[in-house]
Design a protein around this ligand. Structure first.
Ligand SMILES: [Zn+2]
Length: 123
């Protein structure tokens, strides 16, 4: 099994509904997003997935969220834009965008500060 990781950043505002504490108020984060993909085989030139394709997929997903108020965007208008749900959203959308490659997303981690992160994995 081969494993690759890329990182990017998401600057956005959110607030957590029904949260009893500071995060119920509007505030922002500069999330660091890590995407780990896995592939059991390499392509004909020895790559699990072209880093360029993976970076473009992540950049495309983050581009729809960057510098936005997440609570106004689907699906975060219905589910809380927590780091957990953001990680899951990025997982599903990056996985869809790279579905033509031999790699699949294994784990997405959203760092909401230097000391705290949430990850989403499947399987
Ligand atoms: Zn927050």
């Amino acid at each position: 099994m081969f494993e690759l990781k890329v990182e990017d950043y998401l600057a956005a505002a959110h607030n957590l509904r029904e949260y009893q504490g500071e995060c119920e108020a509007l505030h922002g984060h500069n999330w660091k997003i890590e995407v780990v993909v896995r592939a059991s085989e390499l392509n004909s030139i020895g790559l699990a997935i072209d880093f360029k394709e993976l970076k473009e997929a992540l950049g495309g997903v983050l581009g729809g969220l960057d510098h936005k108020y997440l609570n106004e965007l689907a699906p975060f208008d219905e589910i809380n834009p927590s780091s957990e749900n953001i990680a899951k959203y990025i997982f599903e959308n990056v996985n869809r965008l790279i579905s033509g490659s031999g790699a699949t997303v294994y784990k997405v981690t959203a760092w909401e500060s230097e000391k705290a992160c949430a990850s989403y994995l499947e399987g």
